[in-house]
Design a protein around this ligand. Structure first.
Ligand SMILES: Nc1ncnc2c1ncn2[C@@H]1O[C@H](COP(=O)(O)OP(=O)(O)OP(=O)(O)O)[C@@H](O)[C@H]1O
Ligand SMILES: [Mg+2]
Length: 498
């Protein structure tokens, strides 16, 4: 098979530090090629060069046999290269159809025609998205569909997907895999970045692995096992496989009741939910998307408001509370650590220490304990060490960090406030296997130190690996509670579905 893309001895430096170096990478025509590696290994940067976001510092890039350097994503697209980003790149205030045709001349003059053509395009791809809907009203999966439809509309032949499955439900994932198979059958060539190693093993023809900016191996997928991938990624053997720890843990006993939701309701998403969370224990919350887990916890953390009438009651350490804003909860030592780092996590243009510093300022419970910037830098350094945060430069601004590294900064920023109740919403999404182990260990330490910890996860093995006690949500309420000793994947799934 011929190479449609070829990197030769390619290096990309940011201010003299290499994000990747001396990389020889090929993409064959008509293949699905998985690109794997730890957070900060250089996956996004390599593909961004192909997509026209950065030029190479050294070496060459050939596309369809010709040396190329694209000055912009639009130029890359005109040569058939389309990138679907880790964080979506659509214009939220425009409709689906407008986004699909964005960049085509005269399209504002032909709005009606645009809707009809978008409808045909979406149908051909069997995407159920309304062309006239505003992009801002769509969920992650539908936004992704719009991006793909847009790429196909522009005759893309080379598709780059940067962590496309991170925000999808299991069903949407299946749909996505069917879609890339179809793109491949139509002659498309696909680069697929993911932290879910099973996905790479299942869908890719070949796998390449980056480690600290170097390409350590490219091989046919059939020559890989999960073990070999992990070993190539981290350069060592991970002591025990993450979720494999077959020996049953003994659940930590419940301490005092820290949080109680009593018949809490909010519109149609949370319907009379009742649950408790105890100190010194990890409470796992499982449920299918739309079960209301995130909303229940956001209400507890003051991010969302429950119904004014018949909205139920929330008790914190036995006392009824109603937070009108998140700061109220923060001051009561509640931390809600979001899954959506783009929206409410970080200040993009500040560095890690500054972000952590503002995390401290957000908590005004004790105005006397105002931190200085140098203290913040010291604490930042401590958290960078504890969470294994890797950056190529000290003082890197958040926009310069890799996706998974940003997630770690969000965690550090909240934990630095020494909360008693810590709610993690999908804490390891987009985080590499090595770091998942580190984050899990950190969560265990927090519970051991007496904090009440909630972990929302859509990944059953994670729920089972980390929880002492498991709550299952369905249709806006908690329907089942079990200790980890009595839990199994089947039991939890049964409760979540029936
Ligand atoms: N615009 C930038 N300026 C400076 N440094 C950058 C920039 N973009 C990326 N880097 C650095 O380059 C390195 C590689 O980052 P990259 O985003 O490619 O990693 P990644 O493999 O995609 O990681 P993740 O799995 O966490 O998304 C990181 O150390 C990152 O901090
Ligand atoms: Mg990335």
């Amino acid at each position: 098979m011929s190479n449609i893309v070829e990197f030769r001895n390619a290096t990309k430096k940011f201010r003299s530090v290499a994000a990747f170096r001396n990389v020889d990478f090929t993409l064959r025509k008509g293949e699905i090629h998985a690109l794997l590696g730890e957070n900060g290994a250089g996956k996004s940067t390599l593909t961004k060069v192909l997509a026209g976001l950065y030029p190479l510092s050294e070496g060459e890039m050939l596309v369809e046999g010709k040396p190329r350097s694209f000055g912009s994503p639009a130029e890359a697209l005109s040569h058939g290269v389309a990138m679907v980003f880790q964080e979506t790149n659509l214009i939220p205030s425009m409709t689906v159809a407008q986004n699909i045709f964005l960049g085509e001349e005269n399209f504002f003059n032909r709005l009606r025609g645009v809707n009809i053509r978008a409808q045909q395009q979406l149908q051909r791809l069997s995407f159920h998205v309304e062309p006239t809907a505003l992009v801002s009203s769509l969920g992650a999966a539908k936004k992704q569909m719009v991006e793909i439809a847009r790429a196909v509309q522009h005759n893309a032949r080379i598709f780059i997907f940067d962590e496309p499955t991170a925000t999808l439900t299991p069903e949407e994932k299946q749909h996505f895999f069917a879609l890339i198979e179809r793109l491949k059958a139509d002659g498309g060539s696909i680069i697929f970045i993911s932290h879910a190693l099973e996905e790479a093993l299942a869908v890719a023809d070949r796998i390449s692995i980056l480690r600290d900016g170097e390409l350590v191996v490219t091989d046919e997928t059939r020559n890989f096992t999960r073990q070999r991938i992990v070993q190539s990624m981290v350069g060592r053997q991970l002591e025990n496989e993450l979720y494999g720890g077959a020996e049953r843990r003994v659940a930590r006993p419940a301490g005092r009741k820290v949080l109680a939701l009593e018949n809490v309701s909010m519109g149609k998403t949370v319907r009379s939910a009742t649950m408790s969370v105890f100190a010194g224990q990890i409470t796992g919350m499982f449920g299918l998307v739309g079960a209301g887990r995130t909303e229940m916890m956001k209400i507890a953390a003051g991010v969302l408001k429950r119904d004014f009438f018949h909205g139920g009651r929330i008790r914190l350490n036995g006392r009824a509370v109603r937070f009108s804003q998140p700061r109220g909860a923060v001051n009561n030592r509640i931390a809600y650590i979001t899954e959506d780092r783009k929206l409410d996590g970080l200040f993009d243009t500040m560095d890690i220490a500054q972000n952590i510093f503002y995390g401290k300022l957000a908590k005004r419970a004790n105005p006397v304990s105002v931190v200085t910037m140098s203290e913040a830098r010291r604490e930042a350094a401590e958290w960078i060490r504890r969470l294994g945060i890797r950056t190529i430069r000290e003082n890197a601004r958040v926009v310069e960090l890799s996706g998974g590294t940003q997630q770690k900064v969000v965690i550090a920023k909240s934990l630095i406030q020494a909360p008693d109740l810590i709610i993690f919403d999908e804490p390891t999404r987009g985080v590499d296997v090595g770091a998942i182990a580190e984050i899990h260990e950190l969560i265990q330490e927090l519970a051991d130190a007496g904090a009440a910890v909630v972990v929302i996860s859509s990944y059953l093995p994670e729920i089972l690996a980390i929880s002492d006690r498991i709550l299952v949500a369905r249709q806006g309420r908690i329907v089942e509670e079990m200790s980890v000793e009595e839990a199994s994947e089947e039991k939890i799934m049964y409760a979540a579905v029936h």
